[in-house]
Design a protein around this ligand. Structure first.
Ligand SMILES: *Cc1c(COP(=O)(O)O)cnc(C)c1O
Length: 364
């Protein structure tokens, strides 16, 4: 037995750089606000930001994430994509030079009533049709006026919106959202942004001055019917572990909790040291692929907390200690997500703290 580590997430910073370069080619007239919320989509907030030299700014969802970037030495602009959640956040934004979205009247009033040392950079969010966050178009002018009159707001304002269906390229809502955003901001002097990954890839007319790539920057597709590698992006994360047992199983015998998989033939079962305690989904059904020794093998039996089991086949020569890739370069996370019935976003962000992150570069 060698010295093996269980679940490891290898993060290839050269792949990240490649993807950022590719994004600049894809949106050549736009600046890039790299979205690093949720621990950099599970890739490591600070490590991603430090290796994202080509990014022009960073987007996060929580003020704690913004502060982690600042205390980690990141000096580029940082934007709170959903804005601040309480009045007491405002002085922190000023002190740490953090930009904010304003999407509702409560945030506007907080800005109007605050006593701040310096003005805050504000992105006014418009609800162009997703109906999650944002000011309705018919109220947009009034908000612009009030923000213009507010001494705590830096000028010019910036304008932001978000697509609800850009991952469905034929959905007419996206065009309506672009037109509405374009029309409502046409007389505004500030910079605009509406496209996240799906918009960047499918609608060049949505790029405006800033694009906001999240998932595609990590080399994962926002669409459910293709893989990012087919579009020239490289997966940044590879989740792997090792075989800790290879056992014989007879035809008619079952494997694992609930005995929900029964072998039709004599075979060999591989036990891999990764489970839902690491963030691998327990809902991965029988048949979900795992990559071992150059081929895909199917999950056989329920995923448990620390282990999962695969059918290696009767002629398998795999051994304890062999590498198993759960997703990554050889096995797109998009494919695993399709089996699990979720989106890749959820798989990469749900890894737990038990998974060891390892930052690597391309072998030369
Ligand atoms: C998360 C998020 C993004 C990035 O979305 P992806 O689909 O991962 O590219 C962009 N903009 C906003 C407002 C977000 O919340």
């Amino acid at each position: 037995m060698g010295k093996l580590k269980a679940a490891v997430a290898s993060i290839n910073t050269d792949a990240l750089r490649h993807n950022i370069q590719k994004l600049h080619e894809q949106a050549p007239n736009s600046r890039l606000l790299a979205v690093v919320k949720a621990n950099g989509y599970g890739h490591g907030l600070l490590e991603v930001a430090k290796n994202a030299e080509g990014a022009d700014a960073f987007g996060v969802a929580r003020i704690e994430e913004a502060l982690q970037l600042r205390s980690g030495g990141i000096v580029k602009p940082v934007l709170l994509l959903e804005g601040f959640y309480s009045d007491s956040d405002l002085p922190i934004l000023v002190t740490n030079n953090i930009q904010t979205v304003v999407h509702c009247e409560e945030q506007l009033i907080a800005l109007e009533q605050a006593e701040l040392e310096n003005p805050v950079v504000v992105w006014l969010k418009m609800d162009t049709g997703m109906h999650r966050l944002g000011v309705r178009p018919e109220q947009y002018d009034e908000y612009i006026q009030r923000l213009h009159n507010c001494k705590n707001v830096a000028h010019p304002l910036r304008y932001i919106s978000h697509f609800g269906c850009a991952d469905e390229p034929d959905n007419p809502i996206t065009s309506q959202q672009i037109e509405l955003f374009q029309a409502t901001t046409s007389k505004c002097e500030g910079e605009r942004s509406i496209a996240a990954s799906a918009g960047i890839l499918s609608r060049s007319d949505s790029h405006f001055e800033w694009v906001r790539p999240g998932i595609i920057m990590y080399g994962v597709s926002p669409f459910d019917d293709n893989d990012a590698q087919q579009m020239g992006y490289r997966p940044v994360m590879t989740l792997s572990s090792h075989l800790i047992a290879v056992n014989d199983l007879k035809a008619g015998e079952s494997v694992g909790y609930g005995a929900n998989w029964v072998s039709e033939r004599d075979t060999k079962i591989g036990v891999i040291a990764v489970g839902y305690g690491d963030g691998y989904p327990r809902t991965a059904p029988n048949g979900t692929p795992v990559w071992i020794n150059g081929r895909k093998v199917p999950i056989a039996g329920r995923v448990s907390m620390d282990m999962l089991t695969v059918d290696l086949g009767p002629d398998a020569s795999d051994e304890v200690g062999d590498l198993a890739v759960l997703w990554g370069e050889s096995l797109p996370v998009e494919e695993v997500a399709r089996y699990v019935g979720t989106i890749s976003y959820e798989l990469v962000t749900k890894l737990t703290s038990r998974v060891i992150p390892v930052y690597i570069k391309d072998a030369i």
